[in-house]
Write a protein that binds this ligand. Sequence first.
Ligand code: DX5
Ligand code: ZN
Length: 219
Amino acid sequence: MKPVIISPSMLSADFANLQRDITTLNNSTAQWLHLDIMDGNFVPNISFGFPVISAMRKHTKKTLDVHLMIEQPERYISDFKQSGADILTVHYEACTHLHRTIQQIKSAGMKAGLSLNPHTPVQLIEAIAADLDLLLIMSVNPGFGGQSFIENTYHKIKKVKEILLKTNSQALIEVDGGVTDKNARQLIDAGADVLVAGSFIFRSENIEQAILQLQNASH
Ligand code: DX5
Ligand code: ZN
């Protein structure tokens, strides 16, 4: 079994001490950094944009896993590439011409991800699954950190896994929202390849230890 990838959500970092928090993560075993971009339209919250992503890029070599919670994300694909994104994930619910958007992300030189809100049926991904590098299952309603995990997520992961196998898709399965040491093992057992965690990691006394706890959850 491949080791689980941990993607700490920077939404829970201290924005006045970003360089300090990124240095801590650089010294940790976390493989990716998760950046949540919110437009106050697709979700009822606004987070941060291009200058902040570029600033983070200067201080880390880790994979920047950018989660777009914005309407019409196709308008900004090259801007995210220029800011330093490695993976660009768009929401199913925000894309009218999803197939084109996924191809544009790849042509821009990034990995392409697709995210599903908690209420969105997983069957909808069948026609696009083979084109994806990442499938992000939201385990809370997007917009805020620190919410509680939705239990139906385990079932969704198993269904997604079946569809990925059937369509010969190589996409990784990522889970985002309410992830802690309490549910990490069950998520990995269900088929999650990547765990995003914000408040669990940043509210713990020892960030590096909290990341290890999630990584070791499958043992
Ligand atoms: C929610 C974001 C998440 C969030 C996770 O809209 O997509 O990435 O930061 O935070 P926690 O782990 O605190 O639920
Ligand atoms: Zn996210």
